[in-house]
Ligand binder design. Structure first.
Ligand SMILES: Cc1ncc(COP(=O)(O)O)c(C=O)c1O
Length: 389
């Protein structure tokens, strides 16, 4: 086929980017009427109480632009939540917290604020798909360091070796998508040492699954550690926390100097986020049980899915957090994982995500990622099919 020519000439900024695997698998799931355990979103409802609060504020006339950093009532409620969850009480919440259009916008603004042309960023593989293209858009380079094969935790020795003078940022994600691994206190201690040694380094910590940890494990936010949080931006998502991914409401916490730069960008990306949602969330956060019951809620789902899958030939990879569960299908097939995911969707009607897509090297470990943020009935139906394979 002749190459398509555009007029006027159009030079892509992200020429390597293909349609995201989440879009591909969700589309394939819809076409084959498959149970969609691929994309990470819940199929159970958002709290009626929260919806009522947001509706209330809409009717009260809270329908115009919010201040760029966020509605003061929500900024205050987030500051209280940070104190309660991580023992971190921002000195001046108005200068350290910014509401964003989902965690995605926060990730974009932090990377854009910190990465200049030619800078390098350490990204740990497998990695969530938003980081690398955003770094590339700023003219930065990603140095991708694999997580340890045996437990998907950071290999601090390899990271230390990878730091160069032009390395400006390291991106962490805990609890980790796609593996379900979490950072432990010793990882944060290693991170602290790394920062002490390399004065030019900042940290971007993607903590959107902060409330989904299992078996009594504590979420190790960078914000718990005073020496780290001076040099870190931490990113959170109300979409993930309150089962409302479509609302695209998140926030970033950073020291005032960095936040000033983040806001310079945020004001020209979205300027501000949905006002009535912010007001409703401010009320809803007054009751900590709304987020404190989440680890139990999701652990139950993880365990139900694990029990239902016991009779299958899929082998689970131990998971400590997120609403994803990795399964090895090595006992079933030697197909590459992308092929396996397509085959499962088309032939059996269950969609999952192949893990190789999260690696720069496309490393294939015959692993699939299943999202268990679903009703018990959905999980039952999916497991019943998977057990027959
Ligand atoms: C690790 C990670 N970071 C960020 C996001 C994006 O969050 P949001 O929907 O709030 O933009 C996701 C969503 O899947 C995610 O898994």
């Amino acid at each position: 086929m002749p190459e398509q020519t555009y007029k006027p000439a159009l030079k892509s900024k992200l020429p390597e980017i293909e349609t995201s695997i989440f879009t591909v698998m969700s589309k394939m799931a819809a076409e084959h009427n498959a149970i969609n355990l691929s994309q990470g979103f819940p199929d159970f409802p958002v709290s009626g109480e929260l919806i009522d609060r947001i509706h209330y504020y809409m009717k009260q006339g809270y329908n115009q632009y919010a201040p760029t950093p966020g509605m003061p009532a929500l900024v205050k409620a987030i500051a209280q939540k940070l104190e309660r969850c991580f023992g971190f009480s921002p000195q001046d919440p108005a200068r350290e917290i910014t509401l964003t259009a989902g965690a995605t916008e926060a990730l974009f603004c932090v990377i854009a604020a910190l990465v200049h042309k030619g800078d390098e960023v350490i990204v740990l593989d497998p990695a969530y798909d938003a980081y690398v293209p955003t770094i590339a858009l700023q003219g930065g380079n990603s140095a991708r360091i694999p997580l340890k094969q045996e437990n998907f935790r950071p290999d601090w020795e390899a990271i230390e070796k990878a730091v160069k003078p032009e390395t400006k940022l390291i991106i962490l994600n805990t609890p980790h998508n796609p593996t379900g691994a979490i950072l432990k206190e010793e990882d944060l201690k290693e991170l602290q040492k790394l920062l002490q040694k390399h004065e030019q380094l900042w940290v971007l910590s993607d903590e959107v699954y902060e409330h989904i940890t299992f078996d009594g494990e504590r979420h190790e936010s960078v914000l718990r550690y005073p020496e780290i949080r001076k040099r870190a931006a931490a990113v959170f998502s109300f979409g993930k926390t309150f089962h409302a991914t479509g609302w695209k409401t998140g926030y970033v916490v950073a020291p005032p100097s960095l936040m000033k730069e983040i806001r310079n960008i945020h004001q020209f990306v979205t300027f501000a986020v949905h006002t009535p949602t912010q007001m409703g969330l401010a009320d809803y956060l007054q009751e900590p049980a709304h987020y404190e019951q989440l680890p139990r809620f999701y652990q139950q789902k993880r365990d139900i899915f694990a029990r239902l899958m016991e009779g299958s030939r899929f082998r689970p990879v131990p998971s400590s957090g997120t609403y994803f569960q990795l399964y090895s299908y090595a006992d079933i097939s030697d197909k590459p994982d992308t092929e396996m995911a397509g085959w499962l969707t088309k032939e059996y009607g269950v969609a999952a995500i192949p893990v190789s897509v999260f690696y720069e090297s496309k490393r294939d470990q015959q692993l699939l990622r299943f999202c268990f943020a679903k009703n018990e009935e959905t999980l039952k139906q999916a497991a019943e099919i998977l057990c027959k394979i």
